[in-house]
Design a protein around this ligand. Sequence first.
Ligand code: MGP
Length: 236
Amino acid sequence: MVVESENPKSSITTTPTQEDQSNPNPNPNPNPNTDDDLEEGEIVGGGDDSSKIPTAVTQQPHPLEHSWTFWFDNPSAKSKQAAWGSSMRSIYTFATVEEFWSLYNNINHPSKLVVGADFYCFKSNIEPKWEDPVCANGGKWTVITQRGKSDTYWLYTLLALIGEQFEHGDEICGAVVNVRGRQEKVSLWTKNAANEAAQVSIGEQWKKLLDFNDTIGFVFHDDAKQDRGAKNRYTL
Ligand code: MGP
């Protein structure tokens, strides 16, 4: 399976099949004894005999521009007394397309997570907390869905992140899905909440990528720290 985006640079390919991976010869030449006689510019296997054109291509891992970390907060480990984030754990870090798909295919998607769970995917050098210096002046856009309805939004958000889809990619910290009793919330965390143009650009791109038609809102972390019901500063 290949998931293509409009940006060919960010095409995401599934883990190579067994067949793809099983070629032991990284650079096959169908007729090694004749290679030495090639004229400059002549193509190996050129001429009338097309059966000599090499067809095997080595499948190298496809590195991502950033390395990313999945984090999980397990509600069964939470207690009312415990400080927020004390049960949050980084679980996997990945840096290639193949590693991503292998992890994605082996982890629960939001609809299968227990109520209360928070699942994060952040650039590996950033912790998914207001306290992280990169997040400190940031904020988040949030898409809200009914319980069980965010799997596709979550996947498309992950693909947009790791495929570097956003024009203001430097602004991106990561994403989180919060699984709650009646709803699931997918949020995109960014760095400089006060940079309205960048946030609006990211929000617009995100809505388009998700094909999400309801309103999304952007909350500054600074506001959320003061007030749990903090108002959206931007809406789209
Ligand atoms: P939330 O989960 O971001 O908000 O934060 P929401 O969606 O209103 O609540 P929920 O019931 O759906 O989870 C909820 C609360 O968790 C905040 O009011 C804070 O007390 C705490 N909290 C959340 N975050 C993201 C942080 C954080 O990054 N740092 C700290 N210290 N507390 C946080």
